[in-house]
Design a protein around this ligand. Structure first.
Ligand code: AHR
Length: 607
């Protein structure tokens, strides 16, 4: 369980990121006064205008809509309405896109509505189709758009067009490309494949600050994120934009299912970021009840109220759940109410679900929490180099540790090689202490690299509308998560050179961990050389029997700490795998400057 993922709606992580929806502001909730990200197309002979209409919407959740008034249009000069997508709409050749929308018109005279993918520069349509005639009542329409042999590009708009005057109201205008495992309302394939390569054991969701919201009514509203999309009202995220909630509670769980991850569910615990808290006791009861409902939604049989709701939403099988986190970063709550809030949640959840491990987000004095979540964000790699032994002396009788957010914040929007070195050093420490550090996850996971896409610098995976890339720190995670044993071997390092830092203080720049897969007998030696110079080492495997003479070496290195990957040069720094010979009980290996290495050696399994 050591390596997992942490996620929340930040940096356009879901909307404009993992969640494959291509239409931005699809329900017109982003700004109740202006249809942002929408425009009417300029076409000689056609005139139309758009505005938000607060008097009608397609559902109780979506009470406003876009009113599109077509003053002038004809079959040769169609009036058009365009959505710009999330920094462009990506188009690929020979691909089928699913478009849908809710609409009504003021009468039949407006005629057919055409849906197309149109190139911004050439004005050419990459795909186009006509929807059935619109009704004068709200109705959903669905069409498929298939591209021909077009160029791959993100310079496109989704365009709706009509050839006659009239009035049309629209909401939930949606466009999906093919998704990972063909899930309807699913996720982007390229990003999911990058996550799959990390072999994550768990997913911590939905936050982070996103769980808490700035104000209590803006907390993650899980009950309003389930069921048909048209019944989800959307909500403001503390990261300064509206969340579509298309990636809601069930979609988080299906994301876990798709990548074989254990869900680690964080429940709202009565604290929001602008120093608002719910007083423990009777006032908190309804939030505790809401968390119990949420756990029932995840784990309950279809005989239960919320398990039945999950089945109606399309997933009759309950999900396995072992960990629930009570809140997020509650050390920030100046009222000091967390101790009593945690205790109240703990008592109620344990009474119904005794097997659940309940994670506290800060110190609790009145009782011993099962697990404590701790966060670390050093702004230089040195912060982690100097703290690699952080958990060596932690009380083994205390709560288990979950390092629920951590990252070396060097490089933006994604970390550079210094970031990867700091992270890798820190991971050697967490591996060595993984009897007490039971789980860890980097944060934040995602960033949309377009201007305005980033609210938090140094994020593991970057993307734009068309493609995604892993930072060197991402590849460090892949290396560590794919190659580790299930036991920590006793080890020591002697004769290490110390390097002087800028203040003249000596400190080590070489870090390592040794673990073994007890059943296979494989030993994983990880060595991080954060110095510029190569480091020759004599490695002695005392006590190992029948050591294979070949080993697999996975190594990532760089000429400088500032080097990195970008959206245009996505694989400048990646791990390289090779087979090396001459492995034995006493051997010499040299570890290049600025390198992260995993040596996978075969030995006879322990009896
Ligand atoms: O990871 C970014 C933010 O850092 C998280 O939302 C919050 O928990 C932490 O302060």
């Amino acid at each position: 369980m050591l390596y997992g993922l942490m996620t929340e709606e930040i940096n356009y992580s879901y909307d404009g990121g993992l969640y494959a929806e291509l239409v931005r502001n699809r329900t017109f909730q982003d700004d109740p006064t202006t249809p942002v990200h929408w425009s009417v197309t300029q076409n000689t002979g056609a005139t139309s205008s758009i505005e938000i209409d607060k008097t009608t919407g397609p559902s109780e959740a979506l009470t406003l809509s876009l009113k599109w008034t077509i003053q002038q249009a004809n079959v040769g000069a169609r009036a058009g309405l365009a959505n710009e997508g999330y920094w462009g709409v990506p188009v690929r050749p020979k691909t089928t896109y699913k478009a849908s929308f809710y609409a009504m018109s003021d009468g039949p005279s407006v005629g057919d509505l055409t849906v197309s993918l149109t190139n911004d520069k050439s004005g050419k349509m990459a795909a186009s189709t006509t929807a059935p005639a619109l009704s004068t009542n709200w109705k959903q329409y669905s069409v498929a758009l298939t591209t021909g042999q077009v160029d791959v590009s993100s310079n496109n708009h989704l365009v709706l067009s009509v050839g006659h005057p009239g009035v049309i109201w629209l909401s939930m205008v949606s466009l999906f490309p093919p998704t990972y495992k063909q899930r309807p309302n699913g996720n982007r394939i390229d990003i999911m494949e990058k996550l799959a390569a990390m072999k994550p054991a768990f997913l911590r969701f939905p936050g982070g600050n996103y769980l808490e919201g700035d104000h209590i009514p803006e907390r993650f509203p899980w009950k309003k994120t389930i069921g048909p999309l048209v019944d989800r009202p959307t909500h403001p995220s503390p990261w300064r934009y509206q969340s579509s909630d298309g990636l809601g509670l069930l979609e988080f769980l299906e994301w876990c299912e798709d990548l074989n991850m254990e869900p680690l569910l964080a429940v709202y615990a009565g604290y929001s970021l602008m120093q608002e808290h719910v007083t423990p006791g009777p006032d908190l009861e309804r939030y505790v009840a809401d968390a119990l409902d949420e756990i029932e939604y995840v784990t309950g049989s279809t005989e239960t109220k919320w398990g039945a709701q999950r089945a109606r939403d399309g997933h009759s099988q309950p999900f396995h759940l072992a960990y629930v986190e009570i809140g997020n970063e509650d050390f920030a709550d100046h009222s000091n109410s967390y101790d009593a809030r945690y205790a109240q949640f703990y008592k109620a959840i344990k009474a119904k679900y005794p097997a659940l491990q309940l994670i506290a987000t800060t110190k609790v004095n009145s009782m011993k929490p099962d697990v404590i979540d701790e966060h670390y964000y050093p702004d230089s790699a040195k912060g982690f180099f100097d703290d690699v032994q952080h958990y060596d002396a932690t009380d083994r009788n205390g709560p288990k540790i979950f390092v629920g957010e951590w990252a070396t914040r060097e490089g933006q929007p994604t970390p550079n090689f210094a970031g990867a070195l700091g992270d890798a050093a820190w991971m050697t420490g967490m591996e060595r202490d993984s009897d007490i550090v039971v789980m860890a996850c980097y944060a934040p996971l995602f960033v949309n690299v377009n201007p305005g896409g980033m609210q938090w610098k140094t994020d593991l995976i970057g993307y734009d509308a068309l493609s995604s890339y892993g930072s060197p720190a991402y590849y460090a995670q892949v290396m560590f998560s794919n190659h580790h044993g299930d036991e920590v071997l006793e080890s020591k390092m002697d004769g290490l050179d110390l390097h002087k830092d800028d203040k003249g203080n000596p400190h080590p720049l070489l870090f390592y961990s040794v673990t073994r897969d007890a059943i296979k007998g494989t030993i994983y030696l990880k060595v991080v050389n954060a110095a510029a110079t190569p480091q020759p080492l004599e490695i002695k495997l005392a006590g190992a029997s029948k050591i294979g003479s070949d080993a697999m070496l996975i190594r990532m290195k760089s000429d400088s700490t500032g080097e990195t990957n970008t959206i245009t040069v996505p694989t400048r720094i990646i791990p390289v795998q090779s087979t090396i010979k001459g492995i034995g009980a006493d051997m010499h290996q040299t570890f290049p400057g600025y390198s992260i290495s995993v040596l996978e050696m075969k030995t006879t399994p322990a009896m």
